[in-house]
Write a protein that binds this ligand. Sequence first.
Ligand SMILES: [Ca+2]
Ligand SMILES: [Ca+2]
Length: 228
Amino acid sequence: MHRVMVVFLGALGLAGVGCGGEGSAGSTNTQGEPHACSADAAPTRTASCVAAFDPGDDGGFGSDRFPEIVYGEPLGSGTTSGGLDVLSLGRGGSIVLGFGGNTIVDGEGPDFVVFENPFFAAGDPNNVYAELGEVSVSMDGESWSVFPCAEDAEPPAGCAGFSPVFANGDLGISSLDPAVSGGDAFDLAELGVSEARFVRIRDLQGIGAEPNAGFDLDAISVLHAKVP
Ligand SMILES: [Ca+2]
Ligand SMILES: [Ca+2]
């Protein structure tokens, strides 16, 4: 079993080190290795850089369009089918995303939203096809605060990957309006955290068949951002 680990730059916590200007958000080298998130990059309200990616087995769907596939607005498919603008993390896979030079801040209510591609199996709202993920946040990329995920609760609580996604950049349904966006919203206040530059998603359930195994990440949007 071979797992590829894209090492998270340990120097991220050191201002300016390892975050050179040429690593523009959204670009990859020929190996598909993502560039680290630069604090100097343009601030964004949706994910715009990958700081680390540790894929699990049997994932890889969407990797031909990685990293752009996890950037920008989601392309949700609502309740009837899973959106396809996603990267499958694989069993136990994890990914760390940033928002260029932007920072999530704790405002009133939820502060950011994670979009996967859950849907109602056979149209039954009580039978959600979900692949749950654990969500963590960090300011420096080294020290993490973890949202406790009660994956066996009904409905699951504190996890990503349970709520269908209606936000759709092509349809003009904004991911920044929780009233219409769907997805799973998170409030930094629940962790006693005031700000975060990075969001980490880790697949918890390892379900699905190759290449769709694990959490399918579509997008992450910031509701309360230091730079609106
Ligand atoms: Ca909040
Ligand atoms: Ca996407």
